[in-house]
Design a protein around this ligand. Structure first.
Ligand SMILES: CC(=O)N[C@H]1[C@@H](OP(=O)(O)OP(=O)(O)OC[C@H]2O[C@@H](n3ccc(=O)[nH]c3=O)[C@H](O)[C@@H]2O)O[C@H](CO)[C@@H](O)[C@@H]1O
Ligand SMILES: C=C(OP(=O)(O)O)C(=O)O
Length: 475
């Protein structure tokens, strides 16, 4: 086998998975607890807020770190989220060393990997766990990975991952709910060509890492152009990979025999930044935020500006968002929004923008084109008094004036991560108290969410029911 050998007899796909770490056990316990966010709406926000490192870039880089067979290295800007802790558990279950040093620094040593079969329970909790398939099969010539979890926002198939790996010389089998992939030549993956029918983020990331260790040149076309994909490419190049075309729709990858680890800083989270920008808009406030990469936020700034918000770049990585007064008859105007792959409007901000549109004047239309079932928040926004008509993947929103008496707080339930964030934002805009359950979804992707909103002046508390305890800010 050309692929790196796991030290015999520890070809661990036959060994039981390693136990999940204490940290991830805590995270699991946390997820089981009944956390609620209690938001008292109607107030304004002010001040400056910090943006964490990108969840989706961090998850892809943590998976990509499995390509690196030499020594320990530090990743910076890794947000402390239940998803990143779960990904750390996935890596540990393979034998990698992962140390969370605080302040966003995570030290990874994937040199000691002893298994090609990650813990299935951890894989099933997040979408990005499946991304380890690429590095594992490329490095060891085989891998067996359970089907992934993540937000329930559509069927989320994995056909592109599997067809792409087959184009690199892998044989793929699906059995007992797991995907087993082996290099057909019994050695390792070989360079090849693959056209993605749809520019899938995860499939692009998985195939890019696999191709980085394949024998020869790989050309991937119609790939995802998301900044998180480009960040993963930047990380792999720092580790010795040869990748051209990151950020464009074609990647040309010249595979290397080995990659070495390297220090790397994750980009700021454009989805968290967008969520905080909506927080300013929906409460008709003025806030600033940093660090951001303004170029990643173009479609978001365009929509907020069209609504009547004023956005000023105050420094290279600082934005100020103001909705204190609007040129459009004094209030924000509704608009048409369609989610698309980058550089189009991100699906991960669709629910938050829908919450905003319920407070804007006029009729707005939101078309979700990326995922076929990402409208769970509509029913909950309707409970708050929003007038939304759903037709397939399109929502027609009859806007209301901000602080209209018709929008009022009540208990609502988050069914997924961004839908949950949308309910928090809506709760900040409506009169009265909104109690949001299903908070474990929000904790998957927002670092210190309520602490950040509190620091801006929001009235928000975390209630942990079964501990009979009311906590404010971060738990
Ligand atoms: C961990 C992570 O990075 N998650 C992000 C990633 O998810 P994820 O990588 O899962 O999203 P994809 O880009 O793959 O999905 C987009 C569309 O492609 C389809 N598809 C995907 C793969 C496949 O093999 N076949 C197929 O048909 C999906 O069903 C979906 O309709 O990108 C999404 C789109 O920006 C974001 O919402 C998620 O936050
Ligand atoms: C859909 C999301 O995440 P995941 O792909 O991890 O489910 C998200 O971040 O909004």
């Amino acid at each position: 086998m050309k692929g790196e050998r796991l030290s015999s007899p520890l070809r661990l796909r036959r060994l039981p998975p390693r136990p999940i770490s204490a940290a991830s056990a805590d995270a699991a316990a946390n997820a089981d607890a009944d956390h609620r966010l209690v938001v008292s709406g109607g107030g304004r926000l002010a001040g400056h807020v910090g943006v964490s490192g990108s969840k989706n870039a961090a998850l892809a880089v943590l998976a990509g770190a499995l390509c690196c067979s030499s020594g320990a290295f530090a990743l910076r800007g890794v947000p402390d989220l239940s998803d990143t802790r779960t990904m750390a558990a996935v890596l540990r279950s393979l034998g990698a060393r992962v140390e969370e040093h605080g302040g966003g620094e995570v030290v990874v040593d994937a040199g000691a990997v002893t298994s090609v079969e990650p813990d299935s329970e951890a894989i099933g909790r997040i979408r990005a766990g499946f991304f380890v398939l690429g590095p594992l099969v490329a490095r060891f010539g085989e891998a067996e990975v359970a089907l992934p979890g993540g937000c329930r926002i559509g069927a989320r198939p994995i056909d592109l991952y599997l067809r792409g790996l087959a184009a690199l010389g892998a044989v793929v089998q699906l059995r007992h709910g797991k995907v087993r992939v082996e290099a057909a030549n019994g050695k390792g993956l070989v360079g090849g060509q693959f056209h993605l029918d749809y520019p899938s983020v995860g499939a692009t990331e998985t195939l890019m890492t696999a191709a980085s260790l394949a024998d020869g040149v790989t050309i991937l076309s119609n790939v995802a152009r998301e900044p998180e994909v480009a960040d993963l490419a930047k990380f792999l190049v720092t580790c010795g990979a040869q990748i051209e075309g990151a950020g464009t729709s074609t990647l040309v990858i010249n595979g290397k025999k080995r990659l070495h680890g390297a220090e790397f800083t994750i980009i700021p989270d454009r989805i968290e930044a967008g969520t905080l920008m909506v927080a300013a808009a929906i409460t008709r406030s003025c806030i600033s935020l940093s660090p951001v990469i303004p170029g990643h936020l173009t479609s978001i700034m365009d929509k907020l500006s069209a609504a009547g918000c004023k956005i000023i770049q105050k420094g290279r990585h600082i934005l100020e968002v103001s909705a204190l007064s609007s040129p459009n008859n004094g209030d924000l105007q509704g608009f048409y929004l369609k989610t698309l792959p980058y550089p189009g409007f991100p699906t991960d901000l669709q629910p938050q923008f829908m919450a905003l549109l319920t407070t804007c004047s006029g009729l707005s239309v939101v078309e979700e084109s990326v995922f076929e079932n990402r409208m769970h928040h509509v029913k909950e926004l309707q409970k708050l008094g929003a007038r939304i008509r759903l037709s397939g993947s399109s929502a027609f929103i009859q806007g209301k004036r901000h602080r209209s008496a018709a929008l009022s707080g009540c208990p609502v339930e988050a069914a997924d991560l961004r839908g949950g964030a949308a309910l928090v934002l809506a709760g900040m805009a409506v009169e009265g108290v909104t109690e949001i359950s299903g908070v474990s979804h929000i904790d998957r992707g927002y670092e210190n969410f309520e602490a950040k909103l509190l620091s801006l002046g929001a009235n928000i508390e975390r209630k942990v029911e079964h501990q009979q305890q009311l906590m404010t800010g971060i738990a």
